[in-house]
Design a protein around this ligand. Sequence first.
Ligand SMILES: NC(=O)c1ccc[n+]([C@@H]2O[C@H](COP(=O)([O-])OP(=O)(O)OC[C@H]3O[C@@H](n4cnc5c(N)ncnc54)[C@H](O)[C@@H]3O)[C@@H](O)[C@H]2O)c1
Length: 267
Amino acid sequence: MTKVNNKVVAVTGAASGIGRALAVRLAAKGASLALSDINEAGLRETAELLRDAKGKVTTHVVDVRSRDAVYAYATEAEYQHGCVDVIINNAGLSVWSTIEEISYEDFELVLNVNLWGVIYGTKAFLPLLRRRPEGHIVNISSINAMVPFAKNGPYNISKYAVLGLCETLVQELQGEPIHVTCVHPGGIQTNIAHAAKGVTEAEAAFFGRIARTSADKAAKTIISGIEGNKERVYVGLDAKAMATAKRLMPALTVKVFGKLSRASIGQ
Ligand SMILES: NC(=O)c1ccc[n+]([C@@H]2O[C@H](COP(=O)([O-])OP(=O)(O)OC[C@H]3O[C@@H](n4cnc5c(N)ncnc54)[C@H](O)[C@@H]3O)[C@@H](O)[C@H]2O)c1
């Protein structure tokens, strides 16, 4: 996507954090937005921030765990805007627990939002992108797709899988005017740790200390990656350093970050 200006962009998880920051920056560039989230009140707050936007802004209450709801969102976005050029599958959450202790319900919750939500968003919007001269699929993974963290197993697994989804899409859409960007943020200052089920105050505070990048800076980096047609975007110096460490010393990096993440949770 050479420029997002005047394009129609659909963003999931737009009620908070990176999704909201993306909405603000995209609107400032003149994009029209079809914003969705499960959190209706938060979505309204995001829309309020965009009151003076040049482009059209629509909001859609969508639970990305529901295939039907995501398909209805795609239909409604195209109906209200006339087309959709970019889908950003951003909605995500975590449940903090070990693989041994986590319930199957919580395991499924994380995979249903972070993986199935992204698969539904990709498949529901792809036919719309095909109707455009150029389209773009942006899936928000994480640095956890390279370096896992203890007590965050389902999240790590979902983010590795999103990378696999993106790489397969790159292969399958090669030579077509539909670009794919997989985004790997490091620690970003958002509500994600506080919102996570099972997280203790100490763990959320630790996340707050290590998350060095603002949501606004993350949004800026992601948009420049989209406009540069980057297949992979690392957000933050921490993400870049961790990805390099994993590439150079894969086994050692997993062990070292295992120790660090276990120490951070007092194990
Ligand atoms: N914050 C970080 O450090 C970080 C790092 C790497 C990746 N990410 C990823 O970035 C994305 C955005 O997260 P964030 O940090 O802005 O967190 P956030 O908690 O601030 O925002 C996540 C949004 O997703 C929405 N959401 C959750 N479940 C949903 C569902 N079932 N249907 C629709 N919407 C739902 C929430 O309501 C919320 O508005 C996520 O995919 C996350 O995994 C975040």
